[in-house]
Design a protein around this ligand. Sequence first.
Ligand SMILES: [Zn+2]
Length: 264
Amino acid sequence: MPEGNEVHRYAEIHARAFAGKTVRVDSPTGKCPDAAILNGRTLRRVQAVGKHLGYVFGKDLTLHVHLGRFGEFTEGPMPLRPVKGALRLRIWTQKDWLELRGATDCSIFADDKWAALLARLGPDPLRKDADPAPAFAVMRERKTPIGALLMDQSVIAGIGNIYRAELLYRAGIHPRRPGNEVDEKTLKAIWKDAIALMPGGMVDRRIVTTRPKHRPHPKGVAQDGEVHYVYHRTGKPCWVCGSKVERGEMAGRTAYWCPTCQKD
Ligand SMILES: [Zn+2]
């Protein structure tokens, strides 16, 4: 599933190619019936919040896209490619096209529906206007494991499974620790770390969370097997202490941790 950083990256790429332009829109499979309403209109801007994208075409005309676990975009220069697979939506100009497949939602939101979505989401560390205080307040009073709270989009928006695993490792906190046993200083540090780490994931399409000094090959760019501390490293030795990385189910997704570096 794309994490917030990837969703924000799509917003940037799509705004660069299509914002301010009159675009053609269609839905080859008919799975985005609203496409016809948008065809021939000007895309004003693209916004991202958490894992949601909004393509603003005007008042009460925001195309909402939620990629879910299997949604993905492809982009390229014209001409359009032959229609293949479950192609839900296409947007194009004379110069560029994008294709959307597998998203969980692709429909027009009126402005009040978009506002209601924003109100349901917690602060997004990738947005400069985000205020983390409400997220800290919720986490500080809940007995829910911090690993589940970080994935709860109504508490904090945009963090997925990779960042959950890696932010908690870097903070030295076990994902099972209850939210109300994580002090505010640590929550602030996790938030700051998210702001520092997540935009990096937008640059080279890989999410790199290891510090050079902890990698077996500390010089140069991170090698593929050395980009994470614990995510997808079950049974492998922790780069820092050598303990075997463990995993368990949490909030419907697998959580990973180092039993030594991360305190319960
Ligand atoms: Zn360790």
